[in-house]
Design a protein around this ligand. Structure first.
Ligand SMILES: [Mg+2]
Length: 303
């Protein structure tokens, strides 16, 4: 079963959305609308597991803490929202001593401070392997959250930054590529810019690789996509394969009305048009005219 199959199963099992839930399973965040509020609240939760998302030999506690929060903040950015608070649950393995916990919280709170995210609570437990879950709540003006189902044929497809850096960094463990992997910067102000100024039709964050994440955006929007290899903003030193399929870049992928005016740079970050949304088979992405396999990271594919 792929992750998408499993999500379908779960969706068929959970009861219909309760009052106030505007958007449920299947996007970067769920959306809750408090009665009478001018803001919607968005929620996301992400796990970080030892030997799945990090290894204790290569990832110091500070980096694990930073990345654990960065994953959720990137989902908040993808909704065009601003973070409010997070809840941090941590199951400690026998090897994780006080110094490690201290380092973990140093990394996590550094990013929390930088982004105005309050650490409001959590849970502690013990386990065989270290496991962590960070839930983040953000807010966005009522009805304005960016979703992944709004792309329409003719819309232009954009990505921020350069792709493949995190995959390269995990391989080389050095230089700018390692920083891209170890301390990714959630694109929070870009998310707001893309929502408010560019009036994006859809967005998500690149957590599992462009090929899989664009496939997801297309599936949700009931559309296809055509992208061009030569337009791909590949991270210096990375391969086109890493740019297409490497996960954890935490850049934003968004779609815009055909005539939208887009600056080349936003706060020093490149914005690149990589293709167009089409009336093609829903979910089908063509790279230079050929079907692109959704080869990004899927926890369940290899089982
Ligand atoms: Mg996401």
């Amino acid at each position: 079963m792929s992750e998408l199959d499993l999500l379908r199963l779960i969706r068929s099992r959970v009861p219909p959305l309760g009052p106030g839930i505007v958007l449920g399973i299947g996007d970067d965040c769920a959306i809750f609308r408090p009665r009478g509020s001018r803001e919607d609240l968005v929620f996301t939760t992400d796990m970080v597991l030892e030997d799945v998302h990090f290894r204790r030999q290569t990832h110091p506690g500070e980096i694990v803490g930073w990345r654990a929060l960065a994953r959720g903040l990137s989902d908040i950015a993808a909704m065009g929202a601003q973070p409010r608070f997070c809840l941090v649950s941590l199951a400690l393995a026998p090897w994780a001593d006080d110094a490690w916990v201290d380092a973990f919280y140093r990394g996590l709170t550094r990013l929390a401070r930088m982004t105005g995210t309050t650490v409001a609570g959590g849970d502690l437990a013990r386990a065989e392997k270290l496991a962590c879950d960070v839930a983040v709540c953000g807010s966005v003006p009522r009805g304005k959250a960016l979703r992944r189902d709004g792309a329409r044929p003719g819309d232009a497809i954009y990505v921020s930054g350069r792709l493949g850096g995190a995959a390269l960094g995990l391989e080389t463990r050095s230089g700018a590529a390692w920083n891209k992997h170890a301390t990714p910067e959630p694109r929070l102000s870009l998310g707001v810019f893309v929502r408010e100024r560019l009036r994006a039709t859809a967005a998500l964050d690149l957590s599992d690789g462009l090929s899989l994440d664009l496939h997801r955006l297309c599936l949700a929007s009931g559309a296809g996509a055509e992208i061009a290899g030569r337009d791909m903003p590949v991270f210096a030193g990375a391969t086109i394969e890493q740019a297409l399929h490497g996960g954890e870049d935490y850049e934003l992928l968004f779609t815009l009305r055909p005539r939208a005016k887009v600056p080349e740079l936003y706060e020093g970050l490149r914005l690149t048009r990589i293709g167009v949304i089409t009336e093609g088979t829903p979910g089908l992405v063509l790279l230079d005219g050929r079907p692109l396999e959704a080869g990004g990271y899927d926890h369940f594919r290899s089982r």
